[in-house]
Design a protein around this ligand. Sequence first.
Ligand SMILES: C[S@@+](CC[C@H](N)C(=O)[O-])C[C@H]1O[C@@H](n2cnc3c(N)ncnc32)[C@H](O)[C@@H]1O
Length: 230
Amino acid sequence: MENEHSSLVKEHFEAKYHDYDALIKKLIPNYEKMHQSVIDLVNTTSEKPVLLDLGIGTGKTALHLLNKYPQAVIDGFDISPKMIEQGKTRLRDNLSHVHFIEQDIKDLELKEKHYDAGVAVLSVHHLTGEQKKELFKKIFNHLKSGGIFVLGDIVKFDSEKETIAKEEEWRAFLIKNLGTKEGQYWFDNYKEEDLPSSVNEQLQWLRDAGFSDSRSTWEYMNYAVFFAKK
Ligand SMILES: C[S@@+](CC[C@H](N)C(=O)[O-])C[C@H]1O[C@@H](n2cnc3c(N)ncnc32)[C@H](O)[C@@H]1O
């Protein structure tokens, strides 16, 4: 069942994300602000940081990280070969710095490596609550002391009423950008396929994993950015 869910998500990304950069701005409210806030929160004193990108996709986040830390080395995990292909094209001038690894992050294997920082932008909501908890523990265990994890994702809230109100705002945003049929298609797809968790439960799971400082630093509609420090 869980593997079937991963295959469904993979198929979906492969079929629908042709012009990722244009589409993502129509799907995610304030996408550029959210994305920039993730990049701004990644902070390390290392000149050659070792970074983790979970759901590297078309490499947009990785490219911004390389602009900030030109000597960084990035391990980028993604379930979809087609998204990885697009990532390799975007990062064609940086391939000696970026390792693309085709892997489902619910079964993430990080070997003995330790990272200065890790990011996950719009990928972790494909995992169940239990899988997110396990993932946060693995990330914690594979960060160096003082290492940072930044998560940008779609979220729910403590009350059903607030979640529905924010989802409705987002549905109106999708319809405004994409028209009724396509906007509703993406919303229905979210309802069927995505597994968002609430802001507070994710903060608790980050604390349970061992992070000493974890907070939500940015929220807009049903999207949030989380910062966690080991
Ligand atoms: C919306 S894209 C975001 C890409 C990139 N992080 C960015 O913000 O530009 C989500 C990516 O997560 C990947 N993904 C979804 N579920 C995944 C999973 N279980 N394991 C690994 N990658 C996954 C998809 O294939 C896709 O490339």
